[in-house]
Write a protein that binds this ligand. Structure first.
Ligand code: NAD
Length: 602
């Protein structure tokens, strides 16, 4: 029975798909031969459809009330469901009504997670068809709250927890993960969750949420995604004192053991899933994030989204803003409030973008100023704290530490906030920006919403609608007194990381260079149309993010073949069609039995 109704999670499009014996699933295109299709089926569809009541407990294949009568009978579940056979559209409406009926976003988040546990395809249908509404629930800002309350809302495991006490046994823990063909891991140690600080083990919500976006936005198969939380303790005293805390109840370990554990994880991951397994680092503390990126970037297929993904999405927004300001990149002066992972990543990629336009490195760096917790980063700063990452941006200047005065002094064209200091872009600062720029560019990137440097409304109001605004968390559109409606851009990393990951996973990219993130930024900026700009947008609307991912993955593949770092051969004739054919599709598979006759004996 199980062979007859083997699962099919493939990349088919169209209203109904059948189990693989029929080859109804994968679209056969010129970029794939039959052998290729078969291999993909073997690789992707490992979990056979269960029989009897277990079929309803298998979230990957469960269709709930959408099981047809024949499926119910053949799977032995007839009578276990109410008699009506729902269409997926009706199921979506029902789910939406439940989610919208909740009184707050955390409860909506819980509803969505419960749905993911019951019926994965319906979960992705609801998200994909309602992206703008659902993204703030599965991702920032609600995911931040969900992490803070993780101990209370925890229902069932969704990833692997590896603690410092598991050192020497990491491979055994990976062996416990039921999926055999993992292609993408997102790992955190929970030290810097969004702008919320150290949440220890509760940081697990982030890899889970990010990987849900790998699938919802870029179509990476859910079975190929693995969230990992490395728990080496926490310095969050509130959590340590909380009897309900679910993580290691000890101070964060910063000793050599921590590094050895991460080393062991990297080795165990490639030993089990292959050298091309993508490992995304997420929400590590500043110091470790930079260290691990440098340590592993040439040895493993890895990137750090907080540094490189953020850089790419922010640079894309800045490139798009040039179409409004009419300036060249090198004619701008950038001032960053914050000099951490986000700011330094953006600053470095801006330098690379200016170099690509023909600027000298030293000239490009001079256009960029950063402020950290000790004030303006400048040569010989008496308060010190200038690490080697910040050093290139330490220019000759008198030491200053007041943001308002620094803005007046430097007169930036672009002001970027990424220090998680809420409300630091005051009315005066915003008005000053408008006094020396026709179109000041203001990016308030800190997350979640409660940490934003200013709101969209404040930015638009205080600049009389002249500014180009983007934020890390979503803000509603703003109506100007003249009736114009401006849509703030959300510099959401999900414009970049899922598409890059899809390209990397599909084409077996060995290493991910900074240049790939610059290409991704340029590709994203090129998708911003004059219509979008008229609405004040520097990113395409979020509903288009799946299409953005398709184009980004295609770009990454083209780049990877050119740079000789792709390992999928032969190269498909039509890369974009190939990518499209491989993207996860939330259309249900058919589990109706296939009847056929043998030829009559002669
Ligand atoms: P980080 O911890 O690496 O860096 C924080 C920086 O802020 C440090 O340089 C610190 O010195 C500086 N800082 C602290 N207090 C300050 C003060 N009073 N004045 C000036 N600077 C101060 O964190 P990060 O990864 O760079 O993230 C920072 C924020 O950006 C977070 O809220 C995060 O959620 C947000 N972020 C947004 C996006 C996005 O919108 N796409 C992406 C990544 C990060």
């Amino acid at each position: 029975m199980s062979a007859m109704i083997n699962n099919h999670n493939g990349a088919a499009e169209g209203p109904s798909r059948h189990h693989p014996l029929r080859f109804g699933g994968l679209q056969h295109s010129d970029s794939m031969d039959l052998e290729d299709s078969c291999r993909e089926l073997v690789v992707v569809h490992q979990r056979p459809m269960r029989w009897g009541p277990d079929a309803l407990k298998d979230n990957r294949n469960n269709k709930g009330t959408a099981f047809s009568l024949r499926e119910r009978q053949s799977l032995g579940i007839h009578g276990l469901l109410p008699p009506v056979v729902s269409t997926p559209e009706i199921q979506e409406q029902r789910a939406l009504r439940n989610i919208r009926g909740q009184s707050n976003d955390l409860d909506r988040f819980i509803q969505l997670m419960d749905l993911q546990d019951r019926n994965e395809k319906l979960f992705y249908r609801v998200i994909c068809n309602n992206l703008e509404e659902m993204m703030p629930i599965v991702y920032t800002p609600t995911v931040g709250l969900a992490c803070q309350r993780y101990g209370l809302i925890y229902r069932r495991p969704r990833g692997l927890f590896i603690t410092k006490h598991d050192k020497g046994h990491v491979a055994d823990i990976l062996a416990a993960w039921p999926e055999q063909n993992v292609k993408a891991i997102v790992v955190t140690d929970g030290e810097r969750i969004l702008g919320l600080g150290d949440l220890g083990s509760y940081g697990m919500g982030i890899p889970v949420g990010k990987l849900a976006l790998y699938t919802a936005i870029a179509g990476v198969q859910p079975s190929q995604c693995l969230p990992i939380m490395v728990d080496v303790g926490t310095n969050n005293q509130t959590l340590l004192d909380d009897p309900l805390y679910l993580g290691l109840r000890e101070k964060r370990d910063n000793s050599a053991l921590y590094d050895q554990l991460i080393d062991e994880l990297m080795q165990a991951a490639v030993a089990r899933y292959g050298q091309n397994c993508l490992i995304q680092f997420e929400d590590f503390g500043n110091h470790n994030a930079f260290r691990f990126l440098e340590k592993y970037r040439d040895k493993y297929c890895t990137f750090n989204d907080d540094i490189q993904g953020t850089a790419s999405v922010a640079v894309a927004g800045i490139l798009a803003s040039l179409k409004i300001t009419g300036k060249k990149l090198k004619e701008n002066t950038f001032l960053f409030q914050g000099a951490g992972e986000a700011s330094l990543g953006i600053a470095k990629l801006l330098v690379a973008a200016m170099e690509a336009e023909g600027s000298m490195t030293s000239e490009a760096r001079k256009r960029i100023w950063l402020i950290d917790s000790k004030g303006l980063i400048c040569k010989g700063r008496p308060s010190g704290g200038i690490t080697h990452h910040k050093e290139p941006f330490a220019h000759e200047h008198q030491p200053m530490d007041n943001l308002g005065q620094i803005v007046q002094d430097i007169k930036p064209t672009t002001l970027i906030g990424a220090a998680a200091i809420a409300g630091v872009f005051t009315q005066q600062i915003i008005e000053d920006m408008a006094s020396f720029n026709e179109h000041p560019v203001i990016f308030a990137l800190s997350n979640p919403t409660s940490k934003a440097e200013c709101t969209a409304e404040q930015a638009y109001k205080y600049t009389k609608g002249k500014c180009v605004f983007a934020s890390g968390s979503p803000f509603p559109a703003y109506k100007l007194p003249d009736g114009r409606v401006l849509h703030p851009g959300q510099g959401n990393n999900s414009y970049i990381f899922p598409g890059v990951a899809l390209g990397v996973v599909l084409f077996g990219v060995r290493h991910i260079s900074d240049d790939m993130f610059l290409q991704a930024a340029k590709c994203l900026a090129s998708l911003v149309t004059s219509e979008h700009l008229k609405d004040g947008r520097v990113y395409p609307p979020l509903q288009q993010v799946r299409d953005v991912s398709l184009k980004l993955a295609t770009k990454i593949a083209e780049y990877a073949y050119e740079a000789n770092v792709a390992s999928r051969y032969p190269q498909p004739n039509n890369i974009q069609e190939f990518v499209r054919s491989r993207m996860y599709d939330f259309t249900y598979d058919s589990f109706e039995p296939l009847f056929y006759d043998w030829p009559k004996a002669k």
